[in-house]
Design a protein around this ligand. Structure first.
Ligand code: PHE
Length: 287
């Protein structure tokens, strides 16, 4: 009798459980119902800033050319930014670059990526093939200058490095970067305290259908300066404990914003840093 009652009760409990479970499932399913007629919510995808894009491209090309990437600190001391680069304390060339100094210290915001040359040469032995990408700072602000901008620096130190190597590397890079075989490079003698001889390099361009075209051979084409370079001054090698009788090197520095403006037809430097999404929507990259 007792067993019968027990069976009866557990059957009731099992039934009740089934009812509750079915109700729960139904409730869940109805909550997950998809209304296919509802409009889709658009997805917002972020875009890559043209400066980041250019830096990626530079990294791709120079990695392929066998360069190692390294970047020195943005807060630097006087020695690595100036003195070791053959600019002793009252050297007039220091005034070529308006420097942000940190209060009550020997520190400053680096004015160029050339500090990487010094840091790398002091810490390693040649042969060296180094490329550096990074932010630099100068007290300059107008349509063509921003107090912060990006530079790309490359240098090589070995026993038989000459201007020919420099020229070949620059030509290969610029042809790849601007995707043209019609590039004409003009090496113009110039001056930097840390290179001797020094040159500025100009490339040919023209405005075609309202857009800037690098490597144009049209009859209206002109030259525009895009970078500084030269053979590393023996004093700089000596300052970095490298035997200047045995080793030579080349170095060059390019403005990343300038490269981006030329390649993507961006006309105002300040647009890069205004943080206006409309700029990114126009000039950003998906990958
Ligand atoms: N550091 C220089 C500048 O900022 C560029 C440069 C780099 C020139 C390396 C020669 C060699 O103006």
């Amino acid at each position: 009798k007792i067993n019968q009652i027990r069976n009866h009760v557990s059957e009731k409990i099992d039934n009740a459980k089934d009812v509750f479970e079915a109700a729960e499932l139904n409730q869940k399913l109805s909550g997950e119902k998809i209304d296919l007629s509802e409009p889709v919510r658009t997805q917002k995808q972020g875009l890559i800033h043209p400066i980041s894009k250019v830096m990626q491209e530079i990294e791709d090309i120079f990695s392929e050319l066998g360069f190692e990437f390294s970047t020195g600190p943005e807060i630097e001391d006087d020695f690595h930014n100036f003195t070791a680069l053959n600019m002793p304390e009252d050297h007039p060339a220091r005034q070529m670059q308006d420097t942000f100094y940190l209060k009550d210290s020997d520190l400053l915001l680096r004015t160029h990526t050339s500090n990487t040359q010094i840091r790398k040469m002091l810490n390693s032995e040649p042969p060296l093939k180094i490329a550096a990408l990074g932010r630099v700072f100068r007290r300059d602000s107008d349509q063509t200058h921003t107090p912060m901008f990006h530079q790309f620096e490359g240098f090589m130190v070995d026993e038989n490095v000459n201007m020919g190597h420099l020229k070949w590397i620059l030509e290969s890079f610029l042809e790849k970067f601007f995707e043209t075989k019609n590039l004409e490079l003009r090496f113009r003698p110039s001056f930097f305290p840390f290179t001797e001889p020094s040159a500025e390099v100009d490339i040919n361009y023209a405005i075609e259908q309202g857009r800037i075209k690098v490597g144009s051979k049209s009859k209206d084409s002109k030259f525009m300066e895009i970078l500084g370079c030269g053979m590393i001054h023996p004093n700089v090698l000596t300052n970095c404990n490298i035997d200047a009788e045995k080793f030579q090197g080349f170095a060059f520095g390019i403005g990343v914003e300038r490269l981006a403006m030329l390649k993507y037809g961006i006309t105002d430097l300040r647009m890069f840093f205004d943080n206006d999404v409309r700029f990114l929507q126009n000039f950003g990259f998906e990958e």
